[in-house]
Structure formats: C-alpha cells, structure tokens
Design a protein around this ligand. Structure first.
Ligand SMILES: Nc1ncnc2c1ncn2[C@@H]1O[C@H](COP(=O)(O)OP(=O)(O)OP(=O)(O)O)[C@@H](O)[C@H]1O
Ligand SMILES: [Mg+2]
Length: 393
C-alpha cells in the first residue's frame, strides 16, 4: 500500500523549478554556444604553449547564464574526459566578495580550497590531494585560507601560479577553468579598476605558463559600461549574448524536465506553444509558468490548452504580485514615473528624447535590468508581460 502511494506521488512530481539553474541533464538548446565551447576548450587544453580562450556569457536576469556555465563545466569534466584532463573551479560572486580586489582574492582562493573544485575523474583524487597540500598566502583573513602576513606574496597572481606549477600541472592537469558567476558585482569605478586587474592577472598567469581559462557571467549592460573604463577587458573574452529560448529550445527544456524527473505529467504541444508565446521564450518566466500551471491543475496529470487558457490569468496575476512588483519597486520614484510613461506610450521602443528625461535615468534602469538597450539609443521594457503589468497600474 505504502509502495503504491509512493508510486503515485512520484507520478505527479512537479519538475519545474524556476529558482534553480538547470543541471546538465535538464539542460536544453544553446547549441551555438555549447559547440563553440566544446571545440575551443579542447583546443585550449591541448596547446603546447598555453593560449587559452576566455568566455563571457552575458544576458539579463533569468536568461540562463548560470545554467550554461554549469553545462560548460559538465562538458569539461565529462564530455572531454577521454581527450583531456580538466580542473574546474566555480566561484559564485556576491556584492560582498567584490567589495575590493582583496576580498575578491580571498573568496576566489577560498573557493579553490573548497568543494567548488572538481577534476576529470582520472586525475580527481590526485588533484584533491595536491590542493589539500597547497597553502595560499594572503594578507587578509579569509575562510579556509591561511594568514601569513609576513611571508610570501599577497596577491592572486602568485597564489594561482604556485597552484598551477606545484600542484595542478604535476597532477596531470591540461587546463583549469575558473568560473566566475555574476561578475557585475564588481563596482565599475572602484579604486583601480578591478576589471583591468583581472585581465592583467590572467594574462600574466598565461604568460608564466599556467593554462587558466576564465569563464564569466554578467548582465548584458556590464560590458557596455566597462567599455568606458576598461575596454581591453572586452577584447579579452569571447562574448556570448544569450537570447530567449527558441520554441524548439523551450520544448526541449520542458521535455527534459519531465523525463529526468520520471514525472508522468503530460503536456500538450499547444500548451507549450501558448506558454512560449506568453513568456516570449524567457527561460525563467517559462519555468515559473509551467511550475504554477502544474500546481493549479492538480490532481490532473494531463495539461491541455483549455486548462492553460483557464489558468493563465491566475499565473499572470502571480507574476505581477511576486515578480514584476518587486522589480518595479527596485526603481526610484523618478525611474518608476518614467517606466510607467514608457509602458503607456504607443511605441514599444523609445528613446530619452521622446520623454524629455535625462539619459542617466535610462542608463540606471538598464543597470537595474528593467530596460534593455537596443541599437541606436532605443530602449524597451525588459519583457512584454512587464509592460502589460505597468500599463495596468
Ligand atoms: N539551457 C537551459 N535549459 C533548461 N533550462 C534552462 C536553461 N537556461 C535556463 N533555464 C532555466 O531558466 C531559469 C533561469 O536560469 P538561470 O538561473 O541559469 O539564469 P541566470 O541568467 O543565471 O539568472 P540570474 O540572472 O538570476 O542569475 C532556471 O529555472 C533554469 O532551470
Ligand atoms: Mg545566475
């Protein structure tokens, strides 16, 4: 009896979880980015004189930056395992870890001593042992990092160089990928631009024979902002600007969720198409919509178009209350006025001169990811559903 209950429960699991990046077995689409990474990563691993490519994944919130970086890590560790030996180090940045260069150094070195390091199976235990013997030296106290103010160098360069030469290379590592998620937390106009220091550090590491490749994510506006103060950093990366899903990608993402969770839910193509239309293929909004629909339609396990139409107004209202309202409140009063005017204007794409508003208001709204800067000074609200939400205020 208990067994059959369990079986029934697992049959109706809700596999859609907008808050969490996709794991590799749930990952869909992005073929251009993934194919490019697969071939260039292998090339970078095999070059006798290190010259690794660095990658920047850009996109506004919820477009799938972290999911893509998880996929890159999976490719490095699993798909390429027969051809090369990789190490990956994942570091999720935060405003705190990016306060200044020292705090960044401390967090990155602490991540390098933690479970955030992984390696191709065949070298994994050796790398693990080597890292436990590695003693990074920094001048500020940090978690898992030894404090030796009086000895050795205090900078990221020296520590990462010693990690490579004394530990990673001797363990058979061909390349180490350093994944920095949410790089935009670095203040742009901090003391000396941290962005330039980042480039000079990693350029010098490669110059010293260390095969480190940087993979960063950031919101789309960052590189435009950086261009003014740290233009060379932009040339240091191969940039991928993420777009919303195509319909095929949306279908694949939904199918994979259903399949990997073993859920018995069935979702008609017409529902996927309607959800895709409403969300304009935005990955987070799509996952949110599917998650809520599954809950609203319980105990039914078959999602039909009629069920979608009936419940969509409720999903839409939830998006407004839980997401769009918060986004709107993150703007200042003046910015909110402008957002409302933009939403109520006839044109979808607008420019500052249409509103007699200072450019800086537009720039700030872009930094807050509420407006997207299209070409030639034209801005649009970040999503059509947000526009509808504002127009109804
Ligand atoms: N390629 C993908 N395949 C399947 N699901 C995806 C993919 N990309 C994104 N998603 C889903 O979309 C949602 C947002 O993805 P993710 O967290 O990776 O975006 P993000 O750009 O890193 O967001 P944030 O700006 O909040 O950091 C998650 O629910 C994730 O599972
Ligand atoms: Mg993310």
């Amino acid at each position: 009896m208990a067994k059959s209950n369990n079986h029934n429960e697992s049959n109706t699991l809700n596999p859609f979880s907008p808050q969490h990046p996709a794991q590799p077995n749930q990952f869909a689409g992005r073929h251009k980015e993934v194919d490019y990474f697969r071939s260039t990563a292998l090339n970078s691993a095999k070059m006798p004189t290190p010259a690794p490519l660095n990658y920047a994944v850009l996109g506004t919130w919820g477009l799938g930056k972290t999911s893509l970086v998880y996929e890159y890590r999976h490719i490095a560790l699993e798909e390429l395992r027969k051809s090369t030996h990789c190490v990956t180090l994942h570091c999720a940045l935060s405003p705190q870890s990016c306060r200044n260069w020292e705090s960044f150094t401390t967090s990155l070195l602490a991540a390098a001593k933690s479970k955030e390091v992984n390696a191709t199976q065949t070298i994994k235990s050796r790398v693990g042992k080597e890292i436990s013997r590695w003693e990074p030296r920094v001048s500020v106290a940090g978690v898992g990092v030894q404090r030796r103010r009086d000895e050795g160098s205090t900078d990221l360069l020296t520590n990462l160089a010693s990690l490579w030469h004394k530990h990673l290379e001797p363990s058979g590592t061909d390349i180490a990928f350093i994944l920095l998620d949410d790089l935009h937390y670095f203040p742009i106009k901090a003391e000396e631009s941290a962005y330039l220091t980042l480039r000079s550090t990693f350029q010098e590491l490669v110059n010293q024979g260390c095969n480190y490749s940087l993979i960063v994510t950031a919101h789309s506006g960052l590189f435009t902002e950086i261009a003014e103060v740290a233009e060379p950093l932009i040339r240091f990366f191969k940039i991928s600007e993420l777009q919303p899903f195509t319909l095929a990608e949306a279908k694949e993402a939904i199918e994979k969720r259903l399949k990997t969770s073993g859920s018995q839910l069935s979702i008609d193509d017409a529902v996927v198409e309607r959800a895709y239309e409403k969300t304009a293929g935005h990955p987070y909004l799509l996952m949110f919509t599917l998650h809520e629909l599954v809950e609203m339609l319980r105990p039914s396990t078959h999602m039909r178009e009629a069920g979608f139409e009936e419940n969509w107004p409720q999903v839409d209202a939830l998006l407004g209350e839980t997401l769009f309202r918060q986004k709107f409140l993150s703007a200042s009063e003046k910015e909110r006025d402008l957002l409302l005017k933009i939403a109520k204007s006839k044109e979808v794409g607008v420019s500052p001169k249409n509103f007699k508003a200072p450019n800086v208001l537009f720039t700030r709204l872009e930094q807050k990811e509420l407006l997207i800067h299209e070409d030639r000074g034209r801005y649009v609200l970040f999503h059509p559903l947000f526009r509808e939400y504002l127009a109804n205020q």
